[in-house]
Design a protein around this ligand. Structure first.
Ligand code: FES
Length: 115
């Protein structure tokens, strides 16, 4: 089933929309001009994942250093801060766990998700 999200010009780079579809909705994100859609349901405890901040994360550097990486590509759940790759829906710390992702298409100036 195809669900209309909004006209393409209404989803600017860096913005998101949460549409009523699936269980708890689906979040559609414009990240640097690329569109991603994820279930608004965190696999940890069912939190509203797509209302979380889109940020980066840390990873070990050399020695005692910590590096900031993946800026703008990590979705952090607002309930307990689990972090997810915006493109794959997988958690960063346990990649076997993921939230569902959906295909996004743009047709005649409208964004749709395939549910
Ligand atoms: S419900 Fe998302 S981290 Fe717990």
């Amino acid at each position: 089933v195809r669900v209309a999200v909004c006209p393409v010009e209404e989803l600017a780079v860096g913005s998101r929309r949460i549409v009523t579809a699936g269980e708890g909705g689906i979040g559609v994100f414009n990240v640097d001009g690329k569109l991603y859609a994820l279930a608004n349901r965190c696999p940890h405890a069912g939190g509203p994942l797509c209302r979380g901040v889109l940020t980066g994360t840390t990873e070990p550097g050399t020695g005692h250093e910590v590096r900031w990486v993946r800026e703008g590509r990590v979705l952090r759940c607002p309930w307990h801060s689990w972090e997810f790759d915006i493109a794959t829906g997988r958690t960063l710390t346990k990649p076997t766990v993921a939230t569902k992702t959906f295909s996004v298409v743009v047709e005649d100036g409208t964004i749709y998700v395939e549910v």
